[in-house]
Each structure stands twice: as structure tokens, then as C-alpha cells.
Design a protein around this ligand. Structure first.
Ligand SMILES: *Cc1c(COP(=O)(O)O)cnc(C)c1O
Length: 433
């Protein structure tokens, strides 16, 4: 018998998706075109290298492993161990820490593993409220963390948009949390990690720094590192760090590292997504190259250029600027909502997300703000001039909404879309796909 007779159907091992499944292939192709032709300003997105895509699509996906390099439950792990060890060693070198776990499937899983390692159900956690720029996985009500922990939350001052560190200290003294979390999804400024640690030490808490949104800046030396101050630091690999989807747990203490390892596996995850770990190793390798420091510096300069342009055009920016890849526009002065603005911008070829602003009275489905990030555009090759142009395009669309009402101004949207398209055409992505 030949393989054809008893094996998988003709072409199973050789035909590409476009030859075998037109529906899925068409949706994937549509998404590629969308990315190629529009300006991506969603702060949680970036554009990975072709090399990362190669790793993600490699046959290593077939391998099942549980446990850690050198301590596996299955055989045939020689190359799996090589790949995971590369990712671990690169993460340690990049962030200058002693221990790294590269298995979390996402940032939320990385945080969950920290909770499992350090807390018991019902323990008290002190974190930043979602409405002030925190994250779902930091104890939001509908999240597992919000259901299983006693969560106390600090906010930001509605006037300055900044963390009120004295409020954090007060809440910590009053509630004696077992874990304090700093770092968020929509907080644009540098966090004083040293003072957070001082408060944690004074009140007997662990300190978790979640650097999901600025890990690339830390890696590239464009933002202070939390690693020397926090007991544990978590990150996502796919935002500012410019890799594929996934999470990291980093620390300097061996006992804690052991706890985090067993919290990830067998605590909350089973087998690893090895192709994602391979792709994480690729992005960490890219971030170790000297060019990545340039990337980080450009992201910060570009984010600041975008914020300055928007402010010059009369768009309020929470806290008056940014120290990270992201910023928050407060649309209340303009009398428009986040949902109308993000929809109008999408029609105009610019994607971003609606976001609550400090003191927002609109529901989360509406909001009064927009969040913008510079990570993806910078990867594409945009520099300050392009981000100033983007700032003006955004402002044109917002002013169109202000003058013409929630449906937006169709001709402004069309002309913006043409300009966004032209800008993208000058900085193409994935020429070989
Ligand atoms: C994005 C993000 C995460 C992780 O999100 P996942 O979607 O689970 O990867 C965690 N913490 C913060 C602060 C984030 O911004």
C-alpha cells in the first residue's frame, strides 16, 4: 500500500490554505489587506516580523510538552527544550532578571499564575480600577480575579489623570492587601515603582508590576524598568514588545520563581503552545538587537509627537502627554463620545478604541475617550512627521463629528481615508504575503 491509499487525502502535507479552504483563506486575506491599507492605532496591537510568523506557523506546533525543559512528561523533547530554553535565556538577558517563565498563553494567564502562586481565595488585592486605566485581570468584577479575591481599587485623580500615590498608601494601610498591582492598559505615565515597593514593604504585601503596555520600551531602555522594585513583573509579548500573542512572568527570587512555574503548570495551564514559545524566542531575539533600542526611542518620540499634535488642534490629552506608547484623548470638551469617534475614525482608515477617561460618566459601551498607541505605526516605519500628519487626520475627523453630529462628516472621512491609504502605501507591510 502507498501512503496515498491509507494516508491523509491528496495534498494534506503539501497544499497551502489558499488551495484547500477558500472560506478561511479569504477571511485571512481580507484581514491582511485591512492591516496593509489602514493605520493601526490600537495600543494593544503591533506588527510582528515575517520571522515571527514563520515560527508561529512551523510544524513544532505538533509537539505536545508538559512541564519545563529538562523536566518533561513526554518523550521527544530535544528540540522543544532547545526552543523554550532559548526563549527563557533571551527573556532573562533582555530584562536583566534571574528567572523567566515563557509559557503563559496570554497576559491574563501570566497574572492568574501570579495570583495562584501568592494568594488564596478571598485574599485582599489592591489594584488600579479598570475605569482609571487598570486591566480586567487586575480584579475587575466580572473577571475571575474580581470574583475570587477581595479587591480594593485605587484610581487616578480626575483633574490630573495621575495615580494619587497617597491614596494608594492610605488604602494599603487600611486594607493590608496581600498583593499590590501597578501597571495598566490605559495609563500613559511613568509609575513610581520604587514608591509602590516602599508601600508594599510597609504593609507586608507582594508587589506585581504589569508592564504589558510598555515592555518594549523597558527592553529598549526608553522607560524605567520595574524589575528591580517589583517582586514579580508580568508582560505581554504582543503589544509594545512586538512579538506574537503571549505572556511572560519575570522575577529575581528563586523561591518565587518555583512558585510561579508550578502555578503556570500544572496550576492553570496544561501543555505548552510550543510554536508560540518559538515565536516568543524570535521576538525576544529581535528585541536584544541594538536596532530595538532605536525602535523603542522612536515609539516614545512618535507617541509624544502624536499627543502634541492633537493638543495643538484642541483635543485634550489626559495628563497632558505620555511617557509610554499610549495616550488617552478626552473628548468631553468637544461634546462627542468615544464610540462615535472610533467609528468615524475607522471609516476614515484609522483604527483605535473607545476608552473611558478619568471621571467618565458615560457607560463603557459609549465612553468619552479614545486610546491611541504608537507601537504598530512605528513598526511600519512612521516617524514624527507621519505621526504629526496622523494627528492632524484624527483631529480633522473629530472636528467633523463636532460640527456635523454623531454620524460624522462623510467627505472628511473619505478624504482622510485616501490620505491614510497613501501613507500606508508608502510604508508597506508583508510584501511577500
Ligand atoms: C493586555 C494586558 C494584559 C493581558 O491581556 P491578554 O489579552 O490576556 O493577553 C494584562 N495586563 C495589562 C495591563 C494589559 O494591558
Amino acid at each position: 500500500m502507498t501512503q496515498q491509499e491509507y494516508g491523509p487525502h491528496d495534498g494534506y502535507f503539501s497544499k497551502h490554505l489558499g488551495e484547500t479552504d477558500f472560506e478561511v483563506a479569504a477571511a485571512i486575506e481580507g484581514e491582511l489587506k485591512r492591516q496593509q491599507q489602514g493605520i493601526e492605532l490600537i495600543a494593544s496591537e503591533n506588527i510582528v516580523s515575517q520571522a515571527s510568523l514563520d515560527a508561529l506557523g512551523a510544524a513544532i506546533v505538533n509537539k505536545t510538552v508538559e512541564g519545563y525543559p529538562g523536566k518533561r512528561y513526554y518523550g521527544g523533547v530535544e528540540f522543544a527544550d532547545k526552543v523554550e530554553t532559548l526563549a527563557i535565556e533571551r527573556a532573562k538577558k533582555l530584562f536583566g532578571c534571574a528567572f523567566a517563565n515563557v509559557q503563559p498563553h496570554s497576559g491574563s494567564q501570566a497574572n492568574q499564575a501570579v495570583y495562584l502562586a501568592l494568594l488564596n481565595p478571598g485574599d485582599t488585592v489592591l489594584s488600579m480600577a479598570l475605569a482609571s486605566g487598570g486591566h480586567l485581570s487586575h480584579g475587575a468584577k466580572p473577571n475571575l480575579t474580581g470574583k475570587w479575591m477581595n479587591v480594593i481599587q485605587y484610581g487616578v485623580s480626575p483633574d490630573t489623570g495621575l495615580i494619587d500615590i497617597e491614596q494608594v498608601r492610605e488604602l494599603a494601610r487600611t486594607h493590608k492587601p496581600k498583593l499590590i498591582i501597578c501597571g495598566g492598559s490605559a495609563y500613559p505615565r511613568t509609575i513610581d515603582f520604587r514608591v509602590f515597593r516602599e508601600i508594599a514593604d510597609e504593609t507586608g504585601a507582594w508587589l506585581l508590576a504589569d508592564m504589558a503596555h510598555f515592555a518594549g520600551l523597558v527592553a529598549g531602555g526608553a522607560h524605567p524598568s520595574p524589575l528591580a522594585h517589583a517582586h514579580v513583573t508580568t508582560a505581554t509579548t504582543y503589544k509594545n514588545l512586538r512579538g506574537v500573542r503571549g505572556g511572560l512572568i519575570l522575577c529575581n527570587d528563586e523561591d518565587l520563581a518555583k512558585k510561579f512555574n508550578s502555578a503556570v503548570f500544572p496550576g492553570i495551564q496544561g501543555s505548552s503552545i510550543l510554536n508560540a514559545i518559538a515565536a516568543k524566542a524570535v521576538c525576544l531575539g529581535e528585541a536584544l538587537r541594538p536596532e530595538f533600542s532605536d525602535y523603542a526611542a522612536y515609539v516614545l518620540a512618535n507617541a509624544r509627537a502624536l499627543a502634541a499634535t492633537l493638543m495643538a488642534r484642541g483635543v485634550s490629552i489626559v495628563s497632558g502627554g505620555t511617557d509610554t506608547p499610549l495616550m488617552l484623548a478626552d473628548l468631553r470638551d468637544l461634546g462627542i463620545t468615544g464610540v462615535d469617534a472610533s467609528e468615524s475614525l475607522e471609516r476614515a482608515g484609522l483604527t483605535c478604541n473607545k476608552n473611558a477617561v478619568p471621571g467618565d460618566t458615560q457607560p463603557p459601551t459609549v465612553t468619552s475617550g479614545l486610546r491611541f498607541g504608537a507601537s504598530a505605526g512605528t513598526t511600519r516605519g512612521f516617524r514624527k512627521d507621519e505621526f504629526r500628519q496622523i494627528g492632524n487626520l484624527i483631529a480633522d475627523v473629530l472636528m467633523g463629528l463636532k460640527s456635523d453630529g454623531p454620524e460624522g462628516n462623510g467627505s472628511v472621512e473619505t478624504s482622510t481615508r485616501d490620505q491614510a491609504f497613501a501613507l500606508c502605501a508608502r510604508y508597506p507591510i508583508y510584501p511577500n504575503l
